[in-house]
Every structure is written in C-alpha cells, then in structure tokens.
Design a protein around this ligand. Structure first.
Ligand code: FPP
Length: 237
C-alpha cells in the first residue's frame, strides 16, 4: 500500500539569500529582492496543488531590517506595493486570503494602506491563508502581548492568576492561526532571526542551501517529504 505523506497544515518560511543571489550575478541587492518577490509569487501560485496546506507565513521584513541602507529599505517597501498591486488578481483567482503579522502600523503610508486594502479585499476567501510578516519581530510580538495583558490586569479586567500559556497565546498577533508545523529557512544559515519565537516551539525545522530566489515547488516538496518522515512527539514519548 502506498504511504500517504503527512502534510504540514502551516508552513513558515525565512526567505533568506536574495543578496547572495544578486551578488553571484554581479547585480544590485535590490535585484535579488525583486527576484525573491517573483519566487514568492510562483510558490503561492503553485500551492493549489497542496490544498492540505492551509497557512503559509513569509518573513518579508523584520524589525531589524530597518537597519539596512535607506535605499534597500525603500526598495523593499516599493516592492511590497508592487507585489500587492500585481498579485491581487492572483489572490482573488486562487481564493487566497492575505493576513499580516507584525506591526504594520510602523510601515510607511503607501504600503500600509495597500496592505490593509488587500487584506480587506481577500478577507472572505477560503483557500490558502498567506501571512506576510512585515515589521515583524518575535520578541516584539511577545512584548506586545505582555503589554496588553498587563494593561488588562492593571485595569482589573483580568486576574493575573489566570495568565497561562493558552491565555498568553490569545494575545499574539494572530491568535486564530495554528502554530507552524514546518519552518523552512533558505540559504543555509542555522538561525531563527527573531521569527515566530513563541509559535515555533514544536515546529520541525528544515534548512536548505538553496537561495530564496531559486526556491521553487520542487524544493518545497523536498521540505514536505522530510517533514512527512519525522515523528513528532511534542515532548512526549
Ligand atoms: C533576506 O535576504 C531577505 C529579506 C530581508 C527580504 C525578503 C523579501 C523578499 C523575498 C521579497 C518579497 C518581499 C516583499 C516585500 C514582497 P538577504 O537580503 O538577507 O540575503 P543575503 O543574506 O544573501 O544578503
């Protein structure tokens, strides 16, 4: 009998290596990001073949990325606007729902507005949920949750004794989204880079040397096959 692959319901991806992809071709780093955005589009489009995957989270801009040069930050923000403009029809055609995780309020006005519009326009779609991590930091997310819990406790709305893991998780940016089953990082680095620190406690980690602009459906399939072979015990035996 053929073994059916155990599929991840939620895949989170650290899209690393755009700069190195560009450098190898003597191109500007921003050209690498542009090719990265194309890779993202192709991957999202191909996900209709894997309907078992319900959520994908992509690390597109971290709270630390503001430290990059003004030119690179501005190129990434323009690319986000372009990406949303160019791909809204694809989201609608493939029934994809867009969400954001992070502090979108800290983004410049144009990308912030485009993002809010695209999230609104796709909110009733029933297919894959695509979550863009933008101005996202794992520690910021945990600190923001702690702040909101502390506010409620201070105003007497919440008994501090009631704070446990389940309650805490309700104060994260997207409490309705299940934790990632599989975390993929491209371009070989063995780091978490402040991504989804709370949510990836029990995620399986897959690292590939492939640079993000070269990451495609076949690469994803390899990661899913590796995931399918693992036995997840969640700390039990
Ligand atoms: C890391 O590569 C990548 C980023 C900081 C940005 C990720 C953005 C994209 C994939 C483009 C799609 C995003 C939008 C906004 C639509 P790096 O620059 O750190 O690569 P390097 O480590 O090789 O220098």
């Amino acid at each position: 009998m053929e073994n059916k692959l155990v599929m991840p319901r939620h895949i989170a991806i650290i899209m690393d290596g755009n700069g190195r992809w560009a450098q190898k071709r003597s191109l500007n780093r921003c050209e690498g990001h542009r090719e990265g955005a194309e890779a993202l589009k192709r991957l999202i489009e191909g996900m209709k073949e894997f309907p078992e995957v319900e959520y994908m989270t992509f690390y597109a801009f971290s709270t630390e990325n503001w430290k990059r040069s003004k030119e690179e930050v501005s190129a990434l923000m323009s690319l986000l606007v372009e990406f949303l403009d160019a791909n809204l029809p694809l989201f609608q055609k493939n029934d994809l729902r867009l969400l954001v995780t992070g502090r979108p309020e800290g983004l410049p006005e144009e990308p912030r507005k485009k993002l809010a519009d695209a999230i609104g326009a796709t909110s009733n779609n029933k297919g894959l949920t695509v979550i863009m991590a933008l101005n996202y930091g794992g520690r910021s997310e945990i600190a923001d949750a702690a702040k909101n819990i502390a506010r409620k406790a201070a105003s007497g709305e919440l008994d501090p004794e009631k704070v446990d893991e389940a309650l805490f998780a309700q104060y994260l940016y997207n409490p309705q989204v299940p934790d990632p089953d599989l975390l993929i990082r491209t371009s070989g680095e063995l780091r978490l880079s402040n991504f989804l620190l709370w949510e990836i406690s029990y995620s399986e980690i897959y690292v590939t040397d492939t640079l993000w602009p070269d990451f495609d459906k076949n690469e994803l399939l390899k990661a899913m096959e590796s995931f399918g072979k693992r036995s997840r015990r969640f700390g039990g035996r």
